[in-house]
Design a protein around this ligand. Structure first.
Ligand code: FDP
Length: 340
């Protein structure tokens, strides 16, 4: 008989047993995220049949059009943590203000932050989507409590909704990959302690926005496209319009995802992606797999946001490409080495 599959719950519980001082609360929370991921996957798979595709008719706090499924996924996550006294507060890309659970004033030590449905433009065309989450210990309360560096995350990860539903998470000792087995409704361990290639052959960026980029960003992307076999160029473009989808690809294959800032004076001088809901959690996962995440001038995990919905430029992926991007960004001589 083949060995019993390792379910998400078993993996989390076994990790808890070898984690000194663990109370089991974080384990419960992670398991709940698994359940929320399955509920969102179910809503997505039936959206075309249940009338939940299309726009919700409102804008989120960023002024972006909300899709019905953005709202559904957000509601599932808010509801998921509204019992059990584990979580005091949740904050989401889709909500202007955090939700503070009234009954938790005396209990619940965690804050959960999320982007309920990343890659919204893919919703109506059945493209790749994701849910990104970040877990922090609650300190003294209030929104200011959440405005801390990415090093304060105790866990982070994402659920990827593609041909298969995947869950990747880290608690700071490696990043682990699970695949939903639809036959039994469980996430099963498919790769323990992911290790991403130090260098890849692909890049993902919305090149339709190249006109707005700073010259050093254009120089970097042009560099990737030049033909030079010795340094492994040209790279292939791999942009899916879903940050989670692209980051996941590069986690497995190596490469770099970029959402650069506009040049000074442009419309988006800080880029598009949100520190707390997207950049910090993905940076935590990718670093745990041996990769890097940078704004071009700063390590993403070092960034302390000045507001809940603050944005930063993001370069995330293999160590070598992200370091190269930093060298271009700072105007240093890139001097890329030959491909090994
Ligand atoms: P979206 O706004 O559609 O949710 O997180 C934001 C994000 O998607 C990323 O998933 C994606 O990579 C990027 O923005 C797409 O933005 P562009 O349409 O500007 O390319």
């Amino acid at each position: 008989m083949s060995p019993a599959p390792i379910t998400l719950d078993r993996f989390i519980l076994e990790a808890q047993q070898v984690s000194p001082g663990a109370t089991g609360e974080l384990s419960l929370l992670l398991m709940r995220l698994g359940v929320a991921g399955k509920r969102i996957a179910s809503a997505l798979s039936r959206a075309g049949l249940t009338g939940t595709l299309g726009a919700a008719g409102a804008q989120n706090v960023q002024g972006e059009e909300q899709k019905k499924l953005d709202v559904v996924a957000n509601e599932i996550l808010v509801e998921t943590f509204d019992y059990g006294s584990l979580v005091t507060v949740v904050a989401s890309e889709e909500m202007e203000e955090p939700v503070v659970y009234a009954q938790k004033e005396t209990g619940g030590g965690y804050a959960v932050l999320f982007d309920p449905l990343d890659g919204s433009s893919n919703i109506d065309c059945n493209g790749t989507l994701g849910t990104i989450f970040s877990i922090r210990r609650r300190k003294d309360g209030g929104s200011a409590d959440l405005l801390r560096s990415g090093h304060e995350q105790v866990a982070a990860g994402y659920v990827l909704f593609g041909p298969a539903v995947l869950l990747v998470y880290t608690t700071g000792s490696g990043a682990h990959l699970f695949t939903l087995d639809p036959a039994i409704g469980e996430f099963l361990l498919t790769r323990d302690s992911l290790s991403m290639p130090e260098r890849g052959r692909g890049y993902a960026v919305n090149e339709g926005r190249a006109h707005a980029w700073a010259p050093e960003v254009r120089a970097f992307v042009d560099y990737l496209k030049q033909d030079d076999k010795a340094s492994g160029r040209p790279y292939s473009t791999r942009y899916s319009a879903s940050l989670v989808g692209d980051v996941h690809r590069f986690l497995l294959e190596g490469g770099i995802y970029l959402y650069p800032p506009d040049a000074p004076g442009g419309k988006s001088p800080s880029g598009k992606l949100r520190v707390l809901y997207e950049c910090h959690p993905l940076a935590f996962v990718v670093e745990q797999a041996g990769g890097r995440a940078s704004t071009g001038t700063q390590r993403v995990l070092d960034v302390v946001p000045d507001s809940l919905h603050a944005r930063i430029p993001l370069a995330i992926g293999s160590r070598e490409e992200v370091e190269l991007f930093d060298r271009f960004s700072s105007g240093r001589d890139p001097k890329p080495g030959p491909r090994t």
